[in-house]
Every structure is written in C-alpha cells, then in structure tokens.
Design a protein around this ligand. Structure first.
Ligand SMILES: Nc1ncnc2c1ncn2[C@@H]1O[C@H](COP(=O)(O)OP(=O)(O)OP(=O)(O)O)[C@@H](O)[C@H]1O
Length: 311
C-alpha cells in the first residue's frame, strides 16, 4: 500500500547572508518525504544545518530555494494571516532547551494555554483550565502544577511542559529539535517514551532532530544523515545501522557512546575524511537499493552496490 506523505521537502535551500560576500549555506539542497505516523530522524554534527532545516520547514525561516509541501499545501507560498495560523496549528515545534523556550514569568497554565488562546480553542475560562489540566496529565505532570512557574521544575519536567504546549493545539506534525540533548541520560529515555506513546495515541508524525545516532535508532522509522548542509544518506533505521554506506554515517555510528552488542563491529572510532571521496564528478543523491539513498558519484554508487551485495 502506498504510504501517505505528510511532508515533502523538495530541493530545500536556506542560505544566510552575513555580509556582502559571506554566505552561509546552512541547507544546501536537500529532499526527503515524511509519511503519516512515522518518526523521521535527522542526524548530523553541530552546525550541519539540522535546526535550520526544521525551522525552514515550519516557516520560522523563509526558504532560499526549493519547496516544502505539507498535506499538499505549499508552506512557503503566499498566505493570509488566517491561512498561516491554520498551518501553524498543524505543525508544532519542541525545542532543545526547555528553560530558554519557556517564559519564566508565566505560569504553566498560561504557557500551555498559549496556543489555545491564539487559536480560540477554549469555549470558556473553565474549559481552558480543564484542557490545560488534562494536557498536564497526558504528559505525566499533575494538574496542581498549572499554577507554578518554570523554575520550580526539573529539566525533564520542563520538557514535558514544552510538549504539553505543543500538543495543546492538536497538531498533526511535530518537529522535535534535540528535545533530549539537554537532559540527564536517565531522563532522556522517559521523554522519548512519552513521545512514542503520544505518537501512538494521537497518530502524530515526528521529525526528530539529534546530533548522535544512539537514541535516534530507538525512536525513528527512517533516518536522514546530514553533513555540511547536504543529506548524505537516508534509509530505514535498521538498514542504516546494519549497512551504513557513506563514510560519514559510518563515522557517526562508530561514535555511539554506549556500544550496542549488535553493532559491536563499529566500536572502533572511525574519523571521517571528506578527502577520501571520488572527485571525478559532483555527487548526487542516488538510490543504491530500494529506499536506501546515498549522496555519491557514479563510481561510488557502483562501489556501494557491490558492498551491499557482500554484506
Ligand atoms: N540565523 C542565522 N544567521 C546566520 N547563520 C545561521 C543562522 N542560523 C544558523 N546559522 C548557521 O547555519 C549553519 C547551520 O546551523 P544549524 O543551527 O542549522 O545547525 P545544527 O546542525 O542544527 O547545529 P546545532 O546542533 O548546533 O544546533 C551554522 O553554520 C550556523 O552558524
């Protein structure tokens, strides 16, 4: 059965002009789709353009080139305020650092109700209160927490408040930008489990951004690996872990801090050297095997195909 595409990212580019001749090509030219109900993991080291990709998808940045199509609607097309608001309700974002994304002067009630107020979702003050209290319980907090302020909570609890705020407008698609990176390892799994549960309960679609591959494997159906503004490899999670082809993906896998017995063979840390690539032509994104894409030259494409036959 053909899966339903929620998001189509087509040749997306985002360049920042810092001076007359200083242009940062944060997102060079990337394309990928996200299917309904799946979690797409986007990984790569700091500065490779993951957050910019997420922010451009949700129109927090204008795109320099390319297209983002959400439920068959061109996100960056000309829109009325009303249409923008409608789009904003369907696509929400959860941020890395819960402390800086929650206004310290607002109560949890007002933080979580922000979207409810903007979109006029509550019929009355008591309905607003009831909705917030229900949301707090959904994310594993108590209704009594509604009257408190962000500083009274732990990092994990603050992230739960951020999740409740995103959920309040009943979105279809959530971009989680490194939602667990700032949390203690012991808390990370709890937040990931909460996100998985919410996905099951509400049929949500996620773009999950992370800088390492350890937790992403557990949460993602498919994973895209970014390097310097380009997507260098894309495959289903198991395929990517079992048959990484691009040397940068292999290097990321070798850096997983807690060795998983299944992937013992990658324990030896491998450094990525971009100079090792074939330079006879410009690399492009090619499908080496069904649903397994790698940015490579024709020569590398043949090598990767042979490598897969051997594996
Ligand atoms: N608003 C901006 N203005 C100028 N340059 C920017 C802006 N936002 C990001 N950049 C630059 O774009 C590049 C990609 O940054 P981005 O934050 O998207 O990467 P990232 O992979 O998400 O990194 P991190 O994990 O550190 O957030 C970097 O060189 C960054 O300095």
């Amino acid at each position: 059965m053909e899966q339903e595409k929620v998001l189509e990212v087509k040749n997306l580019q985002k360049h920042f002009k810092l001076g007359r001749s200083n242009i940062v090509k944060a997102v060079n030219d990337i394309s990928f789709d996200i299917y309904k109900g799946e979690t797409f993991g986007l990984v790569g080291e700091s500065g490779c353009g993951k957050s910019t990709t997420g922010r451009t998808i949700i129109r927090l940045h204008d795109a320099t080139g390319g297209q983002v199509v959400f439920n068959n609607e061109n996100v960056h097309g000309k829109k009325s305020k009303k249409d923008l608001l409608k789009l904003n309700r369907k696509m929400q974002m959860i941020f890395q650092d819960p402390s800086s994304s929650l206004n310290p002067k607002m109560t949890v009630m007002d933080i979580v109700a922000e979207g409810i107020d903007i979109h006029n979702l509550a019929k009355s003050e008591s309905d607003r209160k009831m909705r917030v209290e229900e949301l707090l319980e959904t994310v594993g907090l108590n209704r009594e927490h509604a009257t408190r302020f962000p500083h009274e909570f732990s990092g994990g609890q603050r992230q739960r408040i951020g999740i409740a705020r995103a959920l309040a407008v009943e979105p279809e698609f959530i971009i989680a930008d490194e939602p667990i990176s700032a949390l203690d390892v012991s808390i990370q799994a709890q937040v990931v489990n909460l996100l998985k549960k919410l996905q099951r309960d509400y049929g949500l679609t996620f773009l999950f951004i992370a800088h390492d591959l350890s937790m992403v494997k557990y949460i993602s159906d498919r994973i895209g690996v970014m390097y310097f503004g380009n997507m260098v490899e894309l495959a289903e999670s198991d395929e990517l872990y079992n048959n990484p082809l691009h040397p940068y993906t292999q290097s990321l896998l070798s850096a997983i801090p807690l060795p998983d017995p299944d992937y013992e063979r990658y324990r030896k840390r491998m450094a990525y050297d971009p100079a090792e690539h074939d330079t006879s032509e410009e690399p492009v994104f090619r499908e080496v095997k069904q649903d397994h894409w790698v940015r490579c030259t024709t020569k590398e494409f043949e090598q990767y195909k042979k490598q897969l036959e051997k594996n």
